[in-house]
Ligand binder design. Structure first.
Ligand code: FES
Ligand SMILES: [Fe+2]
Length: 342
């Protein structure tokens, strides 16, 4: 069951061009497009006339014109024109979705009722180009949403799956702390590695070599919003008592987890850094590295899903490193229960 009453990332703004974008989100086909005035709109991707995908249509001003016979829709999904007649059938409207463009992300509300603005994740750094340089991308994975949650909540896999880029032995050997914030619906996982090897991902970008302090602090706000705060610093130089941390390098590694259909999930990512600002070469380096890291996850999860599909019974042996993932599962399960009883 999908957790509908939530905001999910529908697209990166960089994906929106002259043509509408077709996506399947929580099982529903949608057409995402930017009108000529610059507004992002989302309509159900099926023309009520003969079912042609509206994503194959054309944007004309503030309207979307079906690419088959020209039924025309406004931002509310109301059919405002049909060819060859003045009268517009009352059943010719399509569903429109509430969307919010925030920095480089387009969020969509997948609930049936009014969109709840209080639930919209806040990612101000993705719009703050003065203090953060960002690279981003998206991958589609043929695996269940739950497998992606598991993957992101347990970063010990970096040591093995991402060896050579971000994985070092200490990621797997350093114990984690897990905090469940029931009130704000956040699962937090902390891993503070001190005086550890600097992986190539950070050596090239920060200029630090040899031993470093490396912190990974995860905030997972189910279902679709994951943020990893990475702190890279010279050894034994923690933030100052007043919180100032200018001697460290910081990254905010965002993931938007958006179920597509059963056994398919979109993995949006955005990597923001507060150093080497505006450096194109570092942008390209990080983009390439992160694309490779995400592809390693995609490959692993695709394999895991196909093996899971073959098995009649799935047994798991959970250990200490899984505490974050298990806490996330419990929170998702209680949200699912709450939705089914509401
Ligand atoms: S299918 Fe869209 S106008 Fe005919
Ligand atoms: Fe990974």
């Amino acid at each position: 069951m999908y957790l509908r009453d939530n905001w999910y990332v529908a697209a990166l703004t960089s994906e929106l061009g002259a043509r509408p974008l077709s996506r399947q989100i929580l099982g529903e086909h949608v057409a995402i497009f930017r009108s000529e005035s610059g507004r992002v709109m989302v309509l159900a991707d099926q023309c009520p006339h003969r079912g042609y995908p509206l994503s194959l249509g054309t944007v004309v001003g503030e309207l979307l014109v079906c690419g088959y016979h020209g039924f025309t829709f406004d931002s509310s999904g109301t059919c405002v024109a049909v060819p060859g007649q003045d009268r517009i059938p009352s059943r010719a409207d399509v569903r429109s979705y509430a969307v919010v463009e925030q920095g480089i992300l387009v969020w969509i509300w997948m609930g049936r009722g009014e969109a709840d603005p209080t639930k919209l994740p806040d990612t101000p750094w993705l719009a703050d180009t003065e203090h953060w340089s960002t690279v981003s991308g998206v991958a589609k994975i043929s695996a269940s949403f739950d497998l992606l949650v598991d993957n992101l909540l347990d970063l010990s896999h970096e040591t093995f799956l991402h060896n050579g880029s971000i994985g070092t032995p200490e990621v797997a050997t350093t114990p984690i702390e897990v905090e469940v914030d029931e009130e704000n619906h956040v699962v937090r996982v902390f891993r503070h590695m001190n005086a550890v090897e600097c992986p190539p991902f950070y050596a090239r970008t920060t200029g630090l070599h040899g031993k470093i302090d490396r912190w990974q602090d995860i905030d997972y706000t189910p279902p679709g919003h994951y943020l990893l705060h990475a702190r890279i610093a010279p050894v034994s130089q923690p933030p100052l008592p007043d919180g100032t941390d200018d001697h460290a390098f910081h990254m905010k590694i965002f993931y938007g987890l958006t179920p597509s259909s059963e056994g398919k999930v979109y993995d949006f990512w955005a990597l923001a850094r507060d150093f080497c600002m505006g450096d194109d070469e570092i942008d390209r380096f990080l983009e390439k590295m992160q694309t490779g890291v995400v592809q390693e996850d995609v490959d692993a999860l695709n394999i895991l899903q196909s093996r899971t599909d073959e098995r009649r019974e799935v047994s798991e042996v959970s250990v200490k490193i899984d505490r974050g993932g298990l806490a996330a599962r419990r929170m998702l399960a209680s949200m699912t229960d709450a939705q089914s009883t509401s």
